[in-house]
Design a protein around this ligand. Structure first.
Ligand code: FMN
Length: 249
């Protein structure tokens, strides 16, 4: 009790967050008897132009080799990525890989199979795609074209002027719609959301290696600037993580 009081009086928000999201017998029971409507695990842009992605049927290197070779790489060649590569990367991130009791399950694990993560692409150099912002439609394995434009300078600024934004052909933007998870797990759901995005980005890192690509995950960026680029409100849905992907130089 004294320890908890000490945390709340003298520590920063991080320690308070950790303390407040600890599972207790009471909060565990509350989660089990959770009532209310389960939020939809799919976001779609019904009016957007759709780009159907090719079948993600690539077979690459053995897993152990991909794990061994993975490095954060921050410079890329000027070669464009292909739609086949984008398709495979997105499938490894959030593609539907199976079913349990009729519920579609995805490539990365998700607490309660609630899938709070959305993926946007800032496309700068991909064959067959205009420059602009796209959203991954999980159910259809397609891209939804949200808006056209060259967002390189904006993401470079939003990403603290880090070098990888200068020549990355594509940037994956991972957001969370918190309510999908917190509706069941309350405040602890925030922890789950952050953990899940790590799982997804790791799948993408390894898939990139297997495709002969390189990538870098990025946690340092101005949140509100990125939220503005992809047009999410930063509250119900907010950016959590970025990942640049390209061909090696
Ligand atoms: C949560 C997280 C945030 C990161 N943020 C950045 C970042 O903003 N900029 C960057 O250049 N690298 C970032 N990295 C990559 C690390 O710098 C990198 O993983 C580390 O130096 C180890 O190198 P390796 O990935 O090549 O093994 C981040 C990694 C993680 C896991």
């Amino acid at each position: 009790m004294t320890k908890i009081l000490f945390i709340f009086l003298f520590s920063g928000i991080g320690a308070k967050f950790h303390e407040k999201t600890k599972l207790t017998p009471l909060s565990a029971v509350k989660q089990v008897i959770k009532l209310g409507k389960k939020p939809q695990p799919y976001k779609t842009y019904p009016d957007a132009e759709k780009i159907k992605l090719p079948l993600p049927d690539y077979r690459g290197m053995v897993l152990e080799e991909a794990i061994k070779r993975r490095r954060s790489v921050r410079n890329y060649s000027s070669a464009p990525l292909t739609l086949e590569e984008i398709s495979q990367l997105l499938f490894s991130a959030q593609g539907i890989t199976g079913y349990y009791a009729g519920i579609p399950l995805r490539a990365a694990p998700s607490a309660g199979a609630l899938y709070p993560v959305e993926i946007y692409l800032i496309v700068l150099n991909v064959n067959g795609l205009k420059k602009g912002i796209y959203h991954y439609n999980v159910r259809e394995h397609s891209l939804e074209f949200i808006k056209e434009g060259d967002f390189k300078n904006e993401i470079f600024k939003a990403g603290l002027f880090q070098e990888m934004f200068l020549d990355a052909p594509v940037i994956f933007v991972y957001t969370a719609i918190f309510k999908r998870t917190t509706y069941k797990y309350d405040e602890r759901g925030y922890r789950y959301v952050y953990i899940e995005i790590g799982h997804i980005a790791q799948n993408v890192s390894l898939q990139a290696v297997s495709l002969g690509l390189v990538s870098c995950v990025i946690g340092a960026f101005f949140d509100d600037m990125v939220n503005k680029i992809i047009e999410v409100d930063g509250k119900e849905e907010a950016v959590i993580y970025l990942q640049t992907i390209g061909k090696p130089k």
